[in-house]
Ligand binder design. Structure first.
Ligand code: ASP
Length: 362
């Protein structure tokens, strides 16, 4: 049976989900492995129709389940991050790969990055238009080029050198995102959850990795690039501190070097990853900016966001397996089936607000 325990994160008066008592632990006292995923943060109205809601949760579960199984069998954190992001890039529920938002001129420009916590090796691509799996190209940049970040046509030329799959740009089109572009161009804003994807993991060897992939913002122009391919902003991993993947208004995550700042708070201070994530999302960022998922050196997965919702999930070697959208509606999978956690969320009296004036942490 899955047990989830909670503790109050006193500094912000919120909640952090911990590993389970009695969980399988490594000799160093850590969980053997842990993983968290996100599928974007944003307004995500609570009255989205049931089909959409369970579609998001099922997509998150499928991705998380793949990561869980691979980590259980000893895959490395980098392998798992790439594989899970690839699955999410192919899932039109998310704004990454197929299902990416449209640029102002009706195309797609995809960004991704990956980081290996063992040695801070990292790779990223920005503004690619024909690469089916930008995360795979980012990994190739990390492992097979002397560079960290490749952009546009040059990145696509490198994809050919590396035989990374390219597709016709229409591969990324979906009706739903086209509707969002039309609404955006008509001045009606972009109310769709954006759906950037991210994965952070600690593997059985104790190594951390993080990866993020996105189509960016609906209607973006002028070669705009957000935080997702910026190592230190949208993605960070360093063994001994934390692995971080962010989602939200990229410009703010770049300005505040969110990924690196969270890890630096752990490296130079006495705060843990959960506390650092809560502090940066709650105090450095402004309400509505977005959120992060984090896994620490002991395999504990947490998240923090200051938007109405964040599509997310977490699993670990202690049996935790949860997916959630809002702060109080998570699905826990047990051997006897899937339980809908609506209304069962144990929260301290100072409940995080869905208006985004206080971050939700868990
Ligand atoms: N952070 C992404 C960007 O600014 C978008 C998102 O996560 O929704 O490109």
């Amino acid at each position: 049976m899955i047990r989830v325990s909670f503790r109050v994160a006193a500094a912000v008066g919120l909640v952090a989900a911990l590993g389970c008592p009695g969980a399988p632990v490594a000799p160093d006292g850590a969980l053997e492995w842990g993983i968290a995923i996100h599928g974007g943060a944003g307004r995500i109205p609570r009255d989205i129709d049931e089909q959409r809601r369970s579609g998001y949760l099922s997509s998150l579960e499928a991705a998380l389940d793949h990561g869980r199984r691979r980590l259980e069998r000893g895959a490395t954190a980098v392998e798992v991050v790439e594989e899970v992001v690839r699955l999410m890039e192919d899932d039109p529920n998310f704004n990454a790969g197929r299902g990416a938002v449209f640029t102002r001129d009706g195309g797609h420009a995809l960004d991704a990055s990956i980081m290996d916590g063992r040695d801070r090796a990292c790779g990223a691509v920005a503004g690619v238009t024909t690469v089916r799996h930008p995360i795979t190209l980012a990994r190739r940049v990390m492992e097979r080029s002397p560079y960290v970040l490749l952009a546009g046509a040059g990145a696509e030329a490198f994809a050919d050198v590396e035989a990374v799959e390219r597709v016709d740009p229409t591969w990324f089109d979906t009706d739903r995102r086209l509707r969002s572009l039309r609404e955006f161009l008509a001045g009606q804003g972009d109310d769709e959850p954006r759906g950037t994807v991210g994965v952070v993991a600690r593997d059985r060897a104790g190594d951390l990795a993080a990866g993020t992939s996105t189509g960016g913002l609906t209607g973006k122009r002028w070669g705009r690039v957000g935080d997702s391919p910026i190592v230190g902003a949208g993605t960070w991993a360093s063994n001994g501190t934390c692995a971080v993947s962010a989602t939200g208004t990229g410009e703010e995550f770049i300005r505040h070097a969110v990924g690196r700042t969270i890890a630096a708070l752990v490296e130079f201070g006495e705060i843990d990853c959960a506390g650092a994530a809560a502090r940066v999302v709650g105090e450095t960022l402004a309400p509505g900016d977005g959120g992060v998922i984090v896994v620490d050196a002991a395999g504990r997965a947490t998240f923090a966001f200051n938007t109405a919702g964040m599509l997310r999930g977490a699993a670990d070697s202690g049996g935790r397996f949860e997916t959630a959208i809002w702060e109080c509606a998570f699905r826990i999978r047990t051997p006897r089936g899937t339980a809908d956690g609506s209304g069962r969320c144990r929260r301290p009296s100072r409940r995080p607000s869905t208006r985004g004036d206080r971050p939700c942490v868990g």
